[in-house]
Design a protein. Structure first.
Length: 293
């Protein structure tokens, strides 16, 4: 997602097809992957758009440590030499030393080390950071609490985006706008990530509310179709064939899961469904025609 943002910003191309970007020269700091690997990933993400990467500069495998004065000097030289105005750090943990749970450590990182560079260069810094393990199992009331380490990380940021993998649907993520100091927070967004034949794409499916409404509508129509046609057992493919012109495959599959959660259907094995016993009995008792849908 960070590479997609770098590609979009450096070309003034809309991010996720919805959000305008300002033409920027981007500096990408990555201590885990080499420059060639990063360029290969950018090429995959280009996905036929033919967006150049000439305005993205890389700082990789340099033993960069933000807490050392020589590394900070190196960063300022990197910014000035390449005319950079947006710096993306992937990830924050790889360029710092010390206990990430210590508020004093992060106070130094933001106040003593980053702020002077930001004030001198005018750069925007986008810092990637990990979430606590087990975010999908135990969530607190405030999603900002899911950030690993000290709360100072979120406190100093102007804006916080949190990307969470959907454990039930492969290749799907929810992007939360968890904090915004200067603007209104946006609704959560549902994203899909797909890789095929050397190409990768990150697509915005819609807001969480839009997706939920589409899923519920599709689930209602699937249930209506099943009842009206006296169907008691079916395969996923049967429903995909029947509704492919009206809904995407992803929406249909989510709708089927919703019907299972609502106890209207039972998922007997992968790709196979049947009406639950209560619904079958209701159909039998009502002549399979007048069941409320």
């Amino acid at each position: 997602l960070a590479l997609e943002l770098a590609l979009s910003s450096s070309n003034e191309f809309s991010f996720l097809g919805r959000f305008k970007t300002t033409k920027s020269k981007v500096g990408y700091i990555d201590e885990e992957n080499g420059v060639e690997t990063l360029k290969e990933r950018l090429s995959m993400l280009d996905n036929g758009r033919r967006l150049p990467i000439k305005d993205i500069a890389f700082l990789s495998f340099q033993g960069f440590n933000l807490m050392l004065s020589e590394s900070r000097d190196q960063l300022q030289e990197f910014i000035k030499k390449n005319g950079i105005n947006v710096v993306i750090v992937d990830t924050l943990r790889r360029i710092i030393k010390g206990d990430e749970n210590d508020a004093a450590v992060f106070n130094d990182i933001f106040v003593r080390y980053l702020r002077p560079i930001i004030e001198e260069t005018g750069c925007t810094f986008i810092l990637q950071h990990h979430l606590r393990k087990g975010i999908g199992q135990k969530k607190s009331g405030d999603i900002l609490d899911e950030l690993r380490g000290s709360s100072e990380i979120a406190n100093y940021a102007d804006s916080v985006l949190i990307c969470e993998r959907n454990t039930k649907i492969g290749g799907q993520f929810t992007l939360y706008h968890a904090k915004s100091r200067r603007s209104k927070q946006q609704e959560p967004l549902i994203l899909s990530f797909e890789v095929s034949e050397g190409q990768a794409s990150i697509k915005l499916i819609g807001t969480a509310n839009e997706i939920m409404a589409a899923d519920e509508k599709c689930a209602h129509e699937i249930r209506k179709h099943i009842i009206q046609n006296s169907i008691t057992q079916f395969k996923t493919k049967d429903i995909l064939d029947s509704f492919s012109g009206n809904y995407s495959d992803s929406t249909i599959k989510r709708a089927l899961r919703l019907l299972v959660e609502q106890k209207h259907l039972a998922n007997t094995k992968k790709g196979f469904y049947e009406l639950n016993q209560e619904t079958k009995e209701s159909m039998d008792n009502m002549g399979q025609t007048s069941l409320a849908i």
